[in-house]
Design a protein around this ligand. Structure first.
Ligand SMILES: [Zn+2]
Length: 645
């Protein structure tokens, strides 16, 4: 058995002599499942080097190929870079960079520009190919390990931060291999971890693609994959705890928020000049300024002109990187349901947040399970009833609240999972598995349904029957309409037209979303969206609980959009806000503790500049977020993860 030892060797090794040529094969993994390979070759060419890479994976049946060429000088300064293909299912890549002195001539998806580049700089277009990131690290070492490097194509003013993080010895094939570990932040949004061996060859990399964890491991080190994930996780959680120490709450303990409009979230009209007293993380009193007596020793926090309401929930996310924790609080989200992740990452992250060492939203976990086979998702499978029991028990023991069923679970196994989950006091959510109808999935025991797998017109007999069936079974639906809108909008429609948050996200994320969208015109996209919004409204009118979820989207901002879309669908602003507060709290059986501003509940609240009942877009104006009574400044949190507030 091979394992990452976590052994740190003291002392400095001499800098490696660049090899004259090298080949490598990296095994690619998505959420730890092996899905493809990157083969690269680095050869001498003239005074410098020429790297070629063939990168290809197949994710749930979809093929994602990418080819790249990179030429450099002897010190790894890039002279030419070309990459074409895809780096994720919906991310098209087609760029070419020629470097001429201090100028990069960039051809990017058809348009050409001349970009002045300041040194140090490198050419890389997203996380793939990994061999380009390997050369980025070699360049950085050859240039005195500067703290930051800029990159093209993309935004040549956005700093990529590189830090050495340690040296470790791993055992593979009976040999001890010494690896240096690096943090790279800015090639994608958030932190990546890369390991180089003593020859400067890439040993492993942990990053994200399509919002989920993506790993590359050199073929001989593949048995160490989970060890690499665990090592990267320890770095990441240490980073989040450092962000937490640098962003102390403005206030904690006992205080009174005085003078603002209080939307308690119960559905009652707002209190115009309200008072909320917070005592040690809980709401001690709520009422009008003339009804509540504030004890003299309690500090008063004036919030005149502002609005206080319950903290928001995102019921469909995948928190696969620590940067989400500050983002969610910055956006006013105090509880999230994670809908599928790597156990080795999400459990330590949840525990760090729950202990108070790290800031972040409350994390409720739904454990992902699929049916296995080449097109399966993730690495947790149940092919039969016995396996189903084991998987559910494992998640239960790790403190998960739910199971998330994925598309390839066989119908009899769906029932076995639901039975066992219910027996253990858990609930079940997820996709309607292939070959089942939504009615069959619900009849098998699924308590929640993810996305909105209902086709047709809201007033058709068939859709009405489905809605009546869901109401009868008290099924909870998270329709992820903001995600549908983001991926389904016509490419000719700027995202900023419906999502102003796009202007505030870090450049690597912006680059990712700028290629997402559908062919076809804006009217057709709007018609599709409106058709599903009518189903959302019909579900809501029938009494089916609608809970706001994003499936990530534009971090933080998509949850605001989801709420706005419910108002577009015809819900009142209060109902739309409740879909992101008390309704999810009830769905997760946590409404005695969370979801409204009522005496005795946990103090999870947000302070907004303006009242979202008057204009739902005001939900975007989060000023402070209060979680367990700790008051955080939204602007500082956005900045801590490189967003514009
Ligand atoms: Zn999802």
């Amino acid at each position: 058995m091979v394992a990452v030892c976590g052994l740190f060797l003291a002392g400095q090794a001499p800098p490696p002599a660049p090899e004259s040529h090298a080949r490598g094969t990296l095994r690619l993994h998505y959420v730890q499942k092996p899905i493809g390979e990157e083969r690269y070759e680095l050869a001498r060419e003239g005074e410098g080097y020429r790297l070629t890479s063939d990168f290809e994976f197949t994710d749930r049946g979809g093929r994602v190929p990418l080819a790249a060429t990179l030429r450099t000088a002897a010190d790894f300064t890039p002279t030419y870079f070309q990459t074409k293909g895809k780096s994720y299912r919906f991310v098209n890549v087609d760029s070419e960079v020629r470097v001429d002195g201090g100028t990069a001539i960039v051809r990017d998806r058809g348009s050409e520009s001349h970009v002045p580049v300041r040194t140090p700089f490198f050419t890389v277009d997203g996380y793939a190919p990994f061999a380009a990131q390997m050369l980025l690290l070699r360049y950085w070492k050859q240039h005195g390990q500067p703290r930051t490097v800029v990159t093209v194509p993309g935004t040549p003013t956005h700093d990529v931060i590189i830090e050495p993080r340690g040296r470790e010895a791993v055992r593979a094939g009976g040999q001890v291999v010494t690896l240096d570990r690096y943090l790279v932040d800015g090639v994608v949004w958030g932190r990546e971890t890369l390991w180089l061996d003593q020859d400067g060859s890439l040993a492993a990399a942990i990053t994200r693609a399509g919002g989920l964890s993506f790993e590359a491991v050199r073929d001989d080190l593949e048995p160490l994959l989970v060890g690499f994930v665990e090592r990267a996780t320890r770095d990441r959680i240490a980073d989040l705890e450092a962000i937490t120490r640098a962003n102390r709450p403005l206030r904690a303990g006992t205080y009174a928020m005085v003078g603002g409009t209080v939307i308690d979230g119960t559905g009652r009209p707002p209190i115009r000049r309200g008072v909320v007293i917070v005592r040690d993380g809980r709401i001690a009193e709520v009422g009008g300024r003339d009804e509540v007596t504030i004890p003299p020793e309690v500090a008063r926090v004036p919030i005149d002109g502002w609005t206080l309401m319950p903290g928001l929930w995102d019921m469909h996310t995948h928190v696969t990187q620590i940067e989400w924790a500050p983002v969610y609080l910055a956006a006013g989200v105090t509880t999230v349901r994670d809908m599928g992740n790597e156990i080795e990452f999400i459990v330590p992250l949840r525990d760090s947040i729950a202990s108070g060492r790290a800031l972040g939203p409350r994390l409720l976990l739904a454990g992902l399970v699929d049916g296995g086979g080449p097109n399966a998702f993730g690495v947790v499978y149940a092919a039969g009833a016995d396996e189903a029991k084991k998987v559910v028990a494992k998640y239960h023991d790790l403190g998960f609240q739910q199971i998330k069923i994925y598309s390839l679970v066989a119908p009899p196994v769906v029932e076995a999972i639901c039975d066992e989950a219910h027996r253990l006091g858990m609930t079940v959510t997820g996709h309607v598995p292939t070959g089942m109808t939504i009615e069959q999935a619900v009849a098998s025991g699924m308590d929640h349904i993810a996305h909105l797998p209902i086709r047709g017109e809201a007033d058709s007999d068939e859709v009405r029957r489905t809605i009546a069936f869901l109401r009868e079974h008290k099924t909870v639906v998270d329709p992820t309409q903001s995600w549908n809108e983001l991926l389904g909008h016509a490419l000719g429609t700027p995202i900023a037209d419906f999502q102003p948050g796009i202007a505030k996200i870090p450049p690597p994320l912006n680059r990712l979303f700028s290629s997402a969208g559908s062919d076809g015109d804006a009217a057709a996209a709007r018609t599709r969206l409106e058709r599903t919004l009518r189903i959302v409204k019909a579900l809501h009118d029938a009494g089916v609980p609608i809970v706001a979820g994003t499936d990530e989207g534009i971090p933080g901002h998509s949850l605001h959009r989801e709420i706005e879309l419910y108002v577009d669908a015809g819900l009142t602003p209060m109902e739309a806000l409740q879909a992101a507060t008390i309704v999810p709290a009830r769905a997760m059986k946590l409404d005695a503790e969370l979801g409204t501003i009522e005496r005795g509940k946990r103090a999870d609240m947000i302070v907004l500049n303006m009242n979202p009942l008057e204009r739902i877009e005001n939900i975007r104006g989060v000023r402070w977020t209060i979680v367990d009574g700790r008051v955080y400044d939204s602007r500082a949190l956005w900045k801590s993860v490189r967003f514009t507030p």
